[in-house]
Design a protein around this ligand. Structure first.
Ligand SMILES: C[S@@+](CC[C@H](N)C(=O)[O-])C[C@H]1O[C@@H](n2cnc3c(N)ncnc32)[C@H](O)[C@@H]1O
Length: 198
């Protein structure tokens, strides 16, 4: 089956074991010590838990994007509590085919379980789409899945070396750490990286 239709089928069937009903613990931990500001894109947002955590900050403009119209419909139905002056939009669309209006439009991109879900052959296209969407000097906050614990995916594993090679053409690595707070079963298997577009 076309992978895009397969995501839609999984949401229609409510067969979404990746959805823990809450924002990613490493993202929440980061937001307790530093803000993620400005215009923020969350590709592969699913039902939007990470996007809603981001819009709780003041003065931000969050766009949650997903290829599955059902995921987006469900994301819109869940309550958001925007911070002062903040707003959130959920849009159905393909991260690999962003509209021209998205080019250079974002200050931050927040990655969580989209990169690991796509076919690894699409990873260079992911890095190019991220570079396209961000302003010069814009940042990626990414939670990558180093080791899902099994060989075939999704989620697909990735190494630090592969990540460095993929993002090096447009991004500098500012910080990385293995998060101490993760969803049960993901402890020690994730890697947070903050990247800055040149
Ligand atoms: C494993 S799920 C994770 C969803 C969400 N981040 C979460 O943690 O609940 C991967 C998501 O990426 C979306 N997706 C896959 N390919 C995409 C694409 N090309 N553009 C936008 N979203 C995509 C899927 O529909 C799915 O919602």
């Amino acid at each position: 089956m076309n992978p895009d239709l397969e995501w839609q089928r999984r949401y229609e069937a409510e067969d979404t074991p990746w959805d823990k009903g809450a924002a990613a613990p490493p993202l929440l931990a980061y937001l307790r010590r530093a803000p993620i500001m400005g215009r923020i894109l969350v590709p592969g947002c699913g039902r939007g838990h990470d996007a809603r955590a981001l819009v709780a900050q003041p003065g931000v403009d969050v766009v949650g994007l997903d290829i599955s119209p059902t995921a987006i419909q469900q994301a819109r139905q869940l309550p958001s509590v925007p911070g002062n002056g903040s707003q959130i939009i959920f849009a159905a669309g393909d991260f690999f085919d962003l509209p021209a209006s998205s080019a250079g439009a974002y200050d931050w991109l927040v990655e969580h379980t989209c990169f690991c879900a796509i076919d690894p052959a699409q990873r260079p296209a992911y890095a190019r789409a991220a570079a396209l969407a961000l302003k010069p000097g814009g940042h990626i906050f990414a939670i990558f899945y180093l080791d899902p614990g099994y060989e075939s995916g999704p989620p697909f594993r990735v190494s630090r070396d592969e990540l460095s090679a993929l993002f090096a053409p447009s991004f500098d690595l500012l910080e990385e750490w293995v998060p101490r707070e993760s969803f049960p079963g993901r402890e020690g298997r994730e890697l947070v990286r903050i990247l800055k577009k040149r």
